[in-house]
Design a protein around this ligand. Sequence first.
Ligand code: GDP
Ligand code: IMO
Ligand code: MG
Length: 427
Amino acid sequence: MPAVVLVGAQWGDEGKGKATDLLGDQVDYVVRYQGGNNAGHTVVIGDQKYALHLLPTGVLSPNVIPVIGNGVVIDPGVLLSEIDGLQARGVSSERLLISANAHLIMPHHKALDKVSERYLGKAKIGTTGRGIGPAYGDKIYRMGVRVQDLLDPGILQQKIEVALGEKNQILTKIYNRRTIDANKVLDEYLGYAERLKPHIADTSLILNRALDENKVVLLEGGQGNLLDIDHGTYPFVTSSSPTSGGACSGSGIPPTRLTGVIGILKAYTTRVGSGPFPTELEDEMGDWLRTTGGEYGVTTGRNRRCGWFDAVIARYASRINGVTDFFLTKLDVLSGLERIPVCVAYEVDGVRHDEIPMTQTDFHHAKPIYEEFPGWQEDISGAKTFEDLPANAQAYVKALESMSGARISAIGVGPGRTETLQIHSLI
Ligand code: GDP
Ligand code: IMO
Ligand code: MG
């Protein structure tokens, strides 16, 4: 009954989509357990490129059942256009299951995400503007609208009216915006209900029964460890729990059933949005990493901030998530460098820190302590085994492994499915 979690080990965009897709023929279910359409997961299959936001990557594997778990926040309009977009390319989402307990992103969530960011000014989070924070806020505040409410028009109407009763006051009196019409929202969401009904299910029950029958479940995280609401660089985080603990609460699969945790780790570091980033390179080297690695947001198109690999955050990801295997992605991007610095610890006000500092203030002041490794000039995208890699690339991987707290079991040398070196089995 393998239930394996796949988590981003940095600030998101590590290559979770590619890694999930790679495992597509070994798994029966792929479950998104948190986040929403703030995610952008890229999958390259042959000459086809897909960008998935809400649909689990498993939708691209015909024998996999894709599941949107209870921990996800769903913008139903976006979900349906994603389904239609894939359908137009010959990919069916008919098998999709959606948890009745997942929450819905409502128009007022999107409006509030935008105005609250504007209100914060220079202190803004740099959100994706998709309504994620306000939707999770209302979930915790117990004012959320859930997928199951789509099945009961009377309840749906009541919930929309109660929510807008408060949110319209906030929008008009605090932010000087227009009110949102409850009847229009009700009509819009009842329209979505018609199309989504066949997919709504008790997904926790289905997944646990599948595990009883020895089926393989892969839990696909969005975002990453340092964007976690509890363990990330708060407040510059997303509003959910991408870490492996969140996989349980966000799917209804208990911790005792998890059999492995795959941490996806980029061979360097990127981040989108505001917040601390000790190894960030704000020079030509950062531009080189961005251009060479194609580091532009899949969801918002923003430039990703780029920097060297940070072993302190890799170790932290290993600890918080209980990583059993790392999948190191984008090693090919580093080809052509003379020397490759790796951050092995931080210096904060003259004191060395081998682990993430306890306070936000210290983390903001953390200066990387680098160790340099010799680079390699060869194009490694054609490598098929670890031994095919140049000696210096092998040494770089081994060094990262020794610092990161878990073995490196797969290495990405290109965006395609086949451009992966498998060292140990991941499932
Ligand atoms: P995700 O959000 O974690 O799924 O990652 P994104 O899709 O946002 O960003 C990762 C990018 O790197 C995508 O464009 C992938 O196609 C690409 N990618 C993934 N693995 C590799 C790799 O090993 N090498 C290269 N060159 N690109 C990769
Ligand atoms: P994937 O799944 C990278 C970042 C945003 C912002 C912060 C909060 O593709 O790795 P939100 O809209 O979630 O309230 O924004 O989180 N962020 C991501 N960064 N990859 C993602 O997803 C992200 N999802 C959210 O840029 O800094
Ligand atoms: Mg992404």
